[in-house]
Ligand binder design. Structure first.
Ligand code: SAH
Length: 466
């Protein structure tokens, strides 16, 4: 450690700002946010700076003098290098710690990159070596720290005395560990303060028994880890147990805590690895052991994801359950191929449909209604029935010339996107050997997709002739 990290109390302390331009203002803002009493000293001030601090600072319109440093708790120097060197030397003689902008060698202290969440402050320093790196680190950490962490700290603070009076000293630490892992903290982070108070009282009442855990039903998006929500990312790092299926990419699973238990309950179509009722039982059992459980699902849990059934089962078992949305395949694939699902000129609505059906049957859909919509249809789980779907739509009046696109493994490294016409949908699927998870997009907007166009022989001849 080549610098000593410490947090200074600036409240109502006199802080000098030497300089009159934006860099001085930036330091002044920082000091002001910690409650400092500011005094600006310089020969000229930027009018915008004067306006900004008019009611919050004293201005001395001259160069600094030795006596100025006597009562100051610290000084920020933001002026030309020659003057800065001189004033830093004077400050040193008066034993006033200084920060000199852009001249780390003259600094008694440096200002770190900061993440603030109410009373929580996280400071990052690279010892002045690489401020850009510090900012990047800050962005990474910021993603992991929930926005409501401040509320969590305030809540814990509010109950500190109560916990002290109820929980014996040797159990207190465990109690707080469970508090930050369990339902109380999940309620606070989800913004439900009433629920949090209720859960806290319950936890205090049965503090000597093992607490029930929680289940988070989390959408993992279409596959690209960059498309995870910040909450999903954080929960992955917190979870004890992760129950996932085939659609969740390995890249996303690798973001989980290394020692988390991963349970695969994947199902390939027609090969139901684990029945839904067993999955629900597994979630309940793990939560009852006091674990933080994530049920991680491809896309969004409530779009053809059976998330609703899991919520019902957990509620019935009295397990606290929370849902985190994900980018559903239709939205992810559309973005990945620049295909606007609605468009002022071509489509005023979009419908998500499941093409799933048992065995040889056709999907059981209201074909007349679907064909009548001159809008965008996105069909999930429809690859194996692509031919039947096209035929039924055309029979019910949708033009065989309607553009279609098929996107397989959307947003992943192995994405495949092809486009053509509704009349040739089945040919399109087999020509591109679509096998992985894929959606079918039917409607005029499909023609806009960044996708390989696949033509039938007849179409090719017609194009060549024209
Ligand atoms: N809950 C998921 C859908 C589950 S149903 C969601 O919101 O996306 C499974 C179907 O989703 C697959 O058959 C396929 O049609 C679609 N799907 C999921 N991920 C996909 C991806 N990365 N690319 C294309 N289609 C995908």
């Amino acid at each position: 450690m080549n610098q000593f990290p410490a947090f200074f109390n600036f409240r109502d302390r006199e802080i000098l700002i030497i300089g009159g331009l934006e860099q001085a203002a930036a330091k002044a803002r920082l000091a002001a946010s910690a409650g400092a009493k500011l005094t600006f000293i310089w020969s000229a001030f930027d009018p915008a700076l004067r306006r900004e601090f008019a009611s919050r600072a004293q201005f001395k319109h001259r160069l600094p003098e030795i006596a100025d440093f006597n009562d100051a708790a610290a000084a920020f120097i933001a002026c030309d290098e020659r003057s800065a060197t001189k004033f830093a030397r004077i400050a040193k003689l008066q034993k006033t710690p200084v920060n000199v902008v852009d001249l780390p060698a003259l600094c008694d202290f440096t200002t770190p990159s900061i993440i603030e969440r109410e009373q929580i402050t996280i400071a990052i320093s690279t010892g002045g070596a690489a401020p850009v790196l510090a900012r990047r680190l800050r962005a990474t950490i910021e993603r992991l720290v929930p926005a409501r962490i401040g509320a969590l700290a305030a809540f814990a603070n509010r109950y500190r005395d109560t916990v002290k009076s109820i929980i014996p000293p040797n159990e207190r630490r465990n109690f707080w560990e469970r508090f930050f892992d369990g339902p109380v903290s999940a309620q606070i982070l989800a913004g439900n303060d009433d629920g949090a108070d209720e859960a806290m009282l319950a936890a205090l009442n049965r503090s000597n028994k093992t607490d029930t855990g929680v289940v988070h039903i989390v959408g993992a998006g279409p596959g690209d880890p960059e498309l995870l929500t910040r909450r999903a990312h954080r929960l992955l790092q917190d979870a004890d147990v992760i129950v996932h299926d085939r659609l969740v990419s390995g890249e996303i699973l690798s973001l989980a805590r290394r020692d988390a238990t991963r349970i695969f309950v994947g199902k390939k179509k027609a090969d139901h690895a684990v029945p839904q009722s067993d999955i629900e039982k597994l979630l309940i059992d793990e939560a009852r052991k006091g674990k933080t459980v994530i049920r991680l699902k491809g896309g969004d849990p409530f779009i053809f994801g059976r998330g609703g059934e899991e919520v019902d089962a957990l509620r019935a078992a009295n397990i606290p359950v929370f849902v985190t949305p994900g980018i559903t395949a239709a939205i992810g694939c559309a973005a990945a191929t620049s295909l606007p699902l609605t468009h002022r000129d071509f489509a005023q609505a979009v419908t998500f449909v499941t093409g799933h059906a048992k065995g040889d049957e056709d999907p059981d859909l209201d074909w007349a209604a679907l064909a009548a919509l001159k809008n965008t249809l996105v069909i999930y789980m429809g690859v194996s029935k692509a031919g039947a779907i096209a035929k039924r739509l055309i029979k019910n009046g949708r033009d065989a010339n309607t553009p279609v696109a098929v996107v397989e493994n959307g947003s992943r490294n192995n994405q495949v996107a092809v486009k053509g016409r509704l009349g040739n949908l089945e040919m399109l699927v087999s020509a591109a050997s679509i096998q992985g998870p894929a959606i079918l997009v039917i409607g005029d907007v499909a023609a806009l997709a960044d996708a390989t166009e696949i033509l039938t022989n007849v179409q090719r001849e017609q194009r060549e002739a024209a």
